[in-house]
Design a protein around this ligand. Structure first.
Ligand SMILES: Cc1ncc(COP(=O)(O)O)c(C=O)c1O
Length: 386
């Protein structure tokens, strides 16, 4: 496959390392590049394209809403906004009855942290080693390694400490104390390399938060909306947070995010406690409704569980020596640097991602992926040098 050379004349800020691929169009699980060649998308735009591309129900819902009313803010009531929130609460099957609609994962986390800090009146947040929570001041403060790499603000807005993954109860207790407002955790860490933190660790965090009166925040921006094969990793592990942030697959590419709140935290909110112009816009809400409709009517969570297990059964070949993750948040551990394997797969017409662990190829495919597509991946991996 021929790769495009980046245009020297681009006016876009040069802040992204781009794959050598220019996408011209997409349908189902397939991208078409600017030369008309097809690429199998096992990365889904960083876990966003859950329904794949040009999904008929999704495209029709957005088109209908664009014709009917493309925008009104939260200052006026809209039925589509009420429906989207109700649908999300019923999809989640968690005791989190209230939804604040925002625009991005970082914004959802920023507001989750604000609520925890404000309701507890405390000034310390514990996060987990390896975590990624976004690029804004509060979300970046709880992102592991951000201060050394890109944070840029002179100080964090609150005290932060990082708990080692899988730490014992005593270690958690030393870090989560009566001065802790919140513990924020990705139940399955995404950027770190699809690292499943598991029920015992998540339950230990829940117990310690309960003991000291801190809020537990699940960042399910990447692991949520069915990616693990359950509505949320919270369902998978039977651990309920006080606040849960969602983005990525929520809008299948239409930018939107949500923060789900427990009843007591929701009761602490007053008009103007939080705010947004674009959050909960009608196009975003139509997208959310259409995504949940497709997940439920097409039984896509079953498909996630089935194809996730099929990848695990088939893809321990070539340079892949182990696998980790949950559902379709998959980390393939490679003997050679993952970037080499990623580049070789792209040469074979398969797009995969990497992670902050240099030996993890990360797969975040659309939930409509079929066995035949996994067979293509397996056959391509089997041909690569080990
Ligand atoms: C777990 C997690 N939290 C938060 C974010 C930030 O989301 P956004 O880029 O929408 O601000 C990401 C993005 O990759 C993520 O993976």
């Amino acid at each position: 496959m021929q790769m495009p050379t980046p245009a020297a004349s681009s006016h876009l800020a040069r802040v992204f390392a781009q794959y050598p691929l220019e996408v011209a169009s997409a349908a189902g699980v397939w991208l078409t590049n600017s030369r008309g060649e097809r690429v199998l998308d096992l990365y889904g735009g960083h876990a966003v394209a859950a329904l794949g591309y040009d999904h008929p129900g999704f495209t029709a819902a957005l088109t209908r809403q664009a014709h009917s009313c493309q925008f009104q803010s939260n200052a006026v009531a809209m039925a589509v906004r009420e429906r989207a929130a109700a649908r999300l609460v019923s999809f989640a099957q968690l005791p989190l009855p209230s939804v604040f609609l925002v625009n991005s994962g970082a914004e959802a986390n920023e507001n989750a942290l604000r609520i925890a800090l404000r309701t507890t009146g405390r000034a310390h947040v514990a996060a987990i080693e390896g975590a990624f929570h976004g690029r804004t001041a509060a979300a970046g403060a709880v992102t592991f390694g951000a201060r050394e790499k890109w944070y840029g603000f002179p100080r964090t807005p609150f005290d932060v400490s990082f708990i080692p993954r899988g730490a014992a109860a005593e270690v958690i207790a030393a870090q989560v104390t009566e001065r802790t407002a919140a513990v924020i955790v990705e139940p399955v860490q995404g950027l770190a390399g699809a690292i499943d933190l598991g029920a015992p660790f998540l339950s230990a965090l829940r117990q310690r938060c309960d003991a000291v009166g801190a809020c537990l925040i699940f960042d399910e921006v990447q692991s949520g909306m069915g990616r693990t094969g359950a509505p949320f990793a919270a369902n998978l592990y039977g651990v309920t947070p006080d606040l849960l942030s969602i983005a990525k697959a929520l809008g299948n590419g239409f930018p939107c995010a949500a923060l789900m709140l427990s009843a007591p935290l929701a009761a602490s909110l007053r008009p103007e406690s939080l705010g947004t112009t674009f959050g909960g816009g009608p196009l975003a809400c139509a997208a959310i409704e259409a995504v949940i409709e497709a997940l439920e009517s097409e039984r896509l969570l079953e498909q996630v569980r089935h194809i996730g297990a099929y990848i695990r059964a088939q893809c321990l070949v070539g340079p892949v020596i182990a696998q980790q993750g949950a559902g379709l948040l998959v980390g393939l551990r490679t003997r050679r640097p993952a970037k080499e394997v990623q580049a070789e797969l792209l040469e074979c017409g398969i797009l995969a991602g990497t992670a902050s662990d240099a030996h993890i190829v990360r797969l975040l495919p659309p939930y409509i992926l079929q066995e035949e597509h996994v067979d293509m991946l397996r056959d391509a991996l089997a041909e690569l040098p080990p």
